[in-house]
Write a protein that binds this ligand. Structure first.
Ligand code: PLP
Length: 281
């Protein structure tokens, strides 16, 4: 496997991470996961815009511009002959003697490499279970930072409970999933938490909102309570890797009649069409 390390492609076995890389020691960095379908990266420009925004928000200047990185990622996909999967891109602040504060001149470290990603077809067809948990993360969830400690704690808790996702609740309101955005449907209207510092504004989320507009489907970016979540007609999650997946049970309680909802199926189909039209040259 070929890995992009700063400006050059290296063999996986040759790549070395320095023990004083701040990404490794402090989680001082940002990342993206980009889905590749039939060799074509989906919503690459949107992911790169978010990547540069995240790095800017924590004061890291990437060592190449967006266009240069885009070309590098395209050649990474080509060199690895990646057809169906994902690309993980990470930027750390760089290598420096361990202390909290940093010298603004240290050289950021960029890595990118293919990661396996398969459409979760079974989950998409059958729906999944979720648990809820208090959202105890920091207040800059809009930054796609390497610090995923609380997200992984709750994802692990979900898995150990036999669930697929953990839905986070802050001050009584549903914010998002540990690695997804959460939507509910009530009386024909779709609701999701507004973008801002309390959630990561998902690229899939943004794409879905565009689709809702073009289809004329009613939606509101409005915070809703855990009680409203539990009384929703349909619930679904969205992310780059999961796409659109129905949540059919929450904390052991069925959502609606406990089967994937028909509106969610329509939404998934619309999203699928958007992917297919992006592949066609
Ligand atoms: N929210 C969180 C916390 C995430 O980690 C992710 C993706 O990993 C998402 C939402 C969904 O974002 P996207 O649709 O860009 O994958």
């Amino acid at each position: 496997m070929k890995v992009l390390v700063n400006n050059e492609l290296q063999e996986r076995e040759e790549v070395r991470v320095d023990i004083e890389d701040r990404g490794y020691q402090f989680g001082d960095g940002v990342y993206e996961v980009i889905r590749v379908y039939e060799g074509v990266p989906y919503t690459l420009d949107e992911h790169l815009a978010r990547f540069y925004r995240s790095s800017q928000e924590i004061g890291i200047t990437p060592n190449m511009n967006i266009e240069e990185l885009k070309l590098k990622l395209l050649s990474l996909i080509e060199e690895n002959e990646l057809q169906d999967g994902g690309i993980y891109v990470q930027l750390s602040r760089g290598v420096a003697p361990r202390k909290h504060q940093y010298d603004v001149h240290i050289k950021p470290q960029l890595i990118a490499y293919p990661v396996p990603s398969k459409r979760p077809v079974k989950e998409q067809n059958e729906g999944v279970e979720a648990i809820t948990a208090d959202d105890l993360r920091w207040l800059r969830c809009d930054i796609k930072s390497l610090n995923l400690l609380y997200n992984i704690m709750i994802k692990q808790k979900a898995q150990e409970a036999g669930a697929f996702e953990g839905i986070l609740v802050r001050d009584g309101n549903v914010t998002e999933g540990t690695s997804s955005n959460i939507f509910i449907i009530k009386d024909g209207t779709i609701y999701t938490h507004p973008a801002g510092n309390l959630i990561l504004n998902g690229i899939t989320r943004t794409k879905l909102l565009e689709l809702f507009t073009s289809k004329g489907w009613a939606f509101k970016e409005l915070a809703f309570s855990k009680e409203t979540l539990l009384q929703a007609d349909e619930v679904f999650m969205s992310s780059t890797t999961a796409e659109v997946v129905s949540i059919t049970s929450i904390d052991g309680n069925p959502v609606g009649n406990g089967a994937p909802g028909t509106f969610t199926s329509d939404i998934r189909e619309a999203f699928q069409e958007s992917i297919e039209s992006s592949i066609v040259p």
